[in-house]
Ligand binder design. Structure first.
Ligand code: AMP
Length: 282
């Protein structure tokens, strides 16, 4: 596996790859890799001749400096995991290669970027849009792989690609959970064992709502999830929402109809760690 840090190294890797005329798959990450990330690598390996990952803790998407500072960084272990997975290359840029000058663009991505995470973390999706657009421009992949774990981010990136006509196919991949259901996340390693148990409440709330929906319940779903999570000790709930899967517009109570595909989304703090999770309801 090639470890690429400088833009000129990237250029020679890409020109060699391009001469093969085969598709390049790209998996952007912030590192501290776990099975969720590796599943994206696996999807890319299946679809493409060459797979490149990136590891970049993007400062512009953090709305809280302490969160940025304490974000886990473990490059050596990450490289081992990528190598083992069969990844061809990893791009680990310096901040200056991604932002030679600050990106001051205000990306207007509409409601998918404004509600939920957009409202609780103002500026977050602007930072995500700017780093992903820059990485796509540098790597020019044919396909890029994103986890549905960050469902709203996935929609934001699809919107970015459509709006700016970026020549890349965005592939959404299912959420990988541990054996108890907790969605894997780099931030989980910052949880104490007790907080980890508490964090399972997010999955349980989503499961309760998804099971109710499957058994024909169409009203009171948001309250059901909200009340369950709000009653858990150690959980500070930020939102529990039922939204339309494509637009992320809220679905009012009693409006869950046959033709609408809902997704339930939750965000909460457990101790100092902010966690998000979601579940497609159909
Ligand atoms: P991150 O390193 O957290 O920025 O995540 C990099 C990519 O991995 C994003 O597309 C995430 O949605 C995806 N990802 C993170 N956790 C999971 C998971 N548990 N299952 C599937 N994909 C994930």
């Amino acid at each position: 596996m090639q470890i690429i840090t400088a833009p000129n190294q990237l250029e020679s890797f890409l020109s060699e790859h391009r001469s093969s005329g085969r598709p390049l798959g790209f998996v952007p990450t912030m590192g501290a890799l776990h099975e969720g990330h590796i599943s994206l690598i696996d999807y890319s390996l299946r679809d493409n001749n060459t797979t490149i990952a990136s590891i970049f803790v993007n400062p512009t998407q953090f709305t809280d400096f302490i969160d940025f500072e304490k974000y886990p960084r473990q490059l050596a272990a990450d490289f081992d995991k990528l190598r083992l997975a069969g990844c061809d290359a990893v791009f680990v840029p310096e901040v200056a290669s991604i932002y030679p000058e600050p990106d001051t663009t205000q990306y207007q991505l509409g409601p998918v970027a404004e509600r939920l995470e957009g409202a609780f973390r103002p500026g977050h999706f602007n930072g995500v849009a700017s780093v992903v657009k820059r990485l796509f421009a540098l790597l020019q992949p044919q396909k890029a792989y994103f986890g549905l774990k960050d469902y709203q981010q996935y929609l934001v990136i699809k919107t970015l690609v459509n709006k700016y006509r970026l020549p890349v196919e965005v592939v959404g991949c299912p959420t990988i959970r541990d054996e108890q259901g907790l969605a894997m996340s780099s931030r989980n390693q910052l949880l104490s064992p007790e907080e980890r148990r508490t964090a399972l409440a997010l999955y349980r709330a989503l499961r309760i709502v998804a099971d109710a929906f499957d058994s024909g319940v169409t009203s009171g779903l948001q309250h059901m999830g909200w009340d369950f999570l709000n009653a858990q000790q150690g959980v500070q709930l930020e939102y529990f929402d039922i939204a339309e899967q494509e637009t992320l517009l809220p679905i009012g109570d009693g409006q869950v109809k046959q033709e609408i595909k809902p997704v339930a989304l939750a965000a909460a703090r457990v101790g100092n760690i902010r966690l998000i999770d979601n579940m497609l309801l159909r």
